[in-house]
Write a protein that binds this ligand. Structure first.
Ligand code: F6R
Length: 612
């Protein structure tokens, strides 16, 4: 979704840093981009373009960017108003003395706009953001300093925002504020760099400070900064944090797309999710992130997992496992639904938020909803330092490293593994599958690698089926959440209609869809319900539906039933569907490539969904 970068310092390289930062945020998805920067007469200049950041760079002079010490930039993912130059950010006041970049949504913008229009302010865009520069302008008339006007404006804004403001009235300062939309600034040797995501800063400094809700910061060109909590009217002192960063993980290397690179990182992801956390010699699971709440966990009798999209399917996989391992009832709720439900919630319920980005607005809203309930809030989150990690009481990091392709792949495996570890931890060794699962977790990375070794076979399968318009993905038990994940992956990057279903549900409706043009992906890995899955395949075959099966090596039956079979190494009933998932993610990838689609940035989608 939208991205923000701002630079203020002593070197005239502000535009280079801002544009590099915007390029680093491109993976989040956007449709227009813009910058505002100070010229040598200390006036603010604006350049905005529809389309790629590269178009903006070309328009600004390519390799010959104007030298300036202050700049702010934005990539916009349209919410209010279609992608046009007037709707792109920065948005400004009429005199072009106040420029604003904004992520999030100003919910009371239409009320504010009416008020400002009555005061004579003229609006030139359809955006909610445009009220901000006009509102600040409005308050400059009645206050004695810009910072006061800025703060007064913040008090009027409702909704969610990460905002950075430049003003020609104070060319040596940038202003930034946050409410429910991430904002972080980096403290470099000769500059301060503010952004919505640390990946836009990492190249320049690893020293960062995250803003919390209801905080703003004044960033000065001499490297000093002042943070204020404007809800409680207090000055904030905050320690600088150090980012952990592996440059190789953020670049493509020899891969043509991030999605393929990230799928090939699945074995390493499985390994790092368990690293230092399982000990086979002592049969133990150690989760440092849960130690502080270990006592409270003993009294938990219900778990609610909240998440969106792929993370919710990992959550569903975790639901099955935690119930089987620990005997605690678990339910998964889509975060966007959870926040509007009025369900009973006791203090012995724990809420687990699962998220790759840690910034998904719906999941954040779910965590906020239970804030006053006094329940334990846990996180299974990948992005270190993200908003959710700071809203939860405790949690277990996924350690999947940066995920750049819009479609989530390796993060699903990290989330599923971490939830498995939580199930093992809560079971306290009591479950029959405790030890076998611990051992299987050790073996899984190598088995995942063996699946990846079949990439060419899966590519050929994708070539064969790439022109089909509809697919259904089915599985039973642990394979069902994986079927849902297989289907979402196909639809989001290939734009082919795909649905995930429990195999047993086919005869309750979906079977009516099946004919020779409607293929079914069947997860038919070894399990106690395999015979039943065969039954589902027979039903599909009887309607002439093509069947692509993913089965366990050594299964001699399946080839007689399915049109195509991909085999995965033998694993436990609980973990085999994860191996099948790798096949489905690769299949979607190769179909998208065969259709010449933008694999890493599918249309209409964004990586981090920071609006509700
Ligand atoms: C699917 C996908 C999305 C995300 C969802 C949650 O491939 O990427 O469905 O899984 O938007 O995002 P996070 O995990 O960042 O909360």
């Amino acid at each position: 979704m939208c991205g923000i970068v701002g630079y203020i310092g002593e070197q005239p390289k502000a535009l280079n840093v801002v544009l590099d930062g915007l390029s680093a945020l491109e993976y989040r998805g956007y449709d227009s981009a813009g910058v505002a920067y100070l010229d040598n007469k200390k006036q603010l200049l604006l350049d905005k373009q529809v389309g790629r950041v590269q178009g903006l760079i070309d328009s600004l002079g390519g390799a010959d960017l104007p030298p300036t010490t202050t700049a702010i930039g934005h990539t916009r993912w349209a919410t209010h108003g279609i992608p046009t130059i007037p709707n792109a950010h920065p948005q400004s006041n009429t005199d072009k003395t106040i420029m604003v970049v904004h992520n999030g949504i100003i919910e009371n913008y239409s009320e504010l706009r009416d008020h400002l229009e009555k005061q004579g302010y003229k609006f030139v865009s359809e955006t909610d953001t445009e009220v901000i520069p006009h509102l600040i302008d409005f308050y400059t008339r009645t206050t004695t300093s810009f910072v006061e006007a800025f703060e007064q404006a913040l008090h009027q804004l409702r909704g969610a925002y990460g905002i950075v403001v430049a003003t020609s009235a104070e060319p040596d300062t940038l202003y930034a504020a946050r409410l429910s939309s991430p904002l972080v600034f980096g403290v470099a040797e000769d500059a301060l760099i503010v952004a919505s995501d640390p990946s836009a800063i990492m190249e320049h400094t690893k020293k960062v400070i995250y803003l919390n809700d209801y905080e703003f910061v004044c960033l000065h060109s001499d490297g000093s900064y002042d943070i204020k909590d404007f809800e409680h009217d207090t000055v904030v002192e905050r320690e600088v944090e150090t980012l952990e960063y592996d440059a190789a993980q953020a670049s493509l290397g020899d891969y043509p797309h991030f999605m393929l690179k990230e799928i090939f990182e699945i074995p390493a992801t499985l390994r790092s999710a368990t690293l230092g956390r399982i000990k086979l010699e002592s049969n133990t699971v150690k989760l440092g992130g849960l130690e502080s709440v270990a006592e409270q966990l003993k009294y938990i009798d219900r778990i609610v997992i909240v998440a969106c999209g792929t993370a919710s399917y990992a959550g569903m996989y975790g639901e099955y496992l935690i119930e089987e391992l620990a005997g605690i009832p678990v339910e998964v709720q889509q975060a966007s639904e959870f926040k509007y439900r009025n369900e009973p919630f006791s203090r012995s319920t724990a809420l687990i938020a699962v998220s790759q980005s840690g910034e998904t607005a719906d999941t954040i809203a779910a965590l906020k909803k239970v804030e006053s309930y006094g329940v334990l809030r846990l996180g299974v989150i990948n992005a270190v330092g993200s908003t959710m990690t700071r809203m939860t009481d405790a949690g277990v990091y996924c350690h999947a490293g940066p995920e750049q392709a819009v479609a989530s792949t390796k993060a699903f495996f990290a989330q599923a593994t971490v939830l498995m570890l939580i199930g093992l931890y809560l079971s306290n060794g009591r479950s029959e599958i405790y030890k076998p699962l611990l051992e299987e977790l050790e073996a899984l990375p190598n088995k995942a690698k063996q699946v990846l070794d079949q990439a060419d076979k899966i590519k050929a399968l994708a070539e064969k089926y790439k022109d089909n318009r509809d697919f259904i993905y089915i599985g039973r038990g642990y394979a069902y959440p994986c079927a849902l994940e297989g289907a979402i992956k196909l639809k989001e990057i290939t734009y082919i209609h795909a649905e995930g279903y429990p195999a047993g549900e086919m005869k309750h409706g979906p079977l009516a869809l099946i004919d020779e043009n409607f293929p079914t992906f069947v997860i038919a890995t070894d399990s106690k319900v395999l015979e039943k899955t065969y039954g589902s395949i027979q039903e599909i075959r009887a309607r002439k539906g093509p069947v692509i099966a993913i089965a366990t090596e050594g299964n001699t039956e399946i080839a007689k039933l399915a049109d195509d079979v991909i085999y995965v190494p033998k694993s436990m009933e609980q973990t085999s569907p994860l191996l099948a998932e790798i096949v489905m993610q690769l299949f979607s990838y190769y179909v998208a490539v065969a259709k010449d689609l933008n694999v890493d940035r599918p249309r209409n989608l964004a990586k981090s969904v920071t609006v509700e």
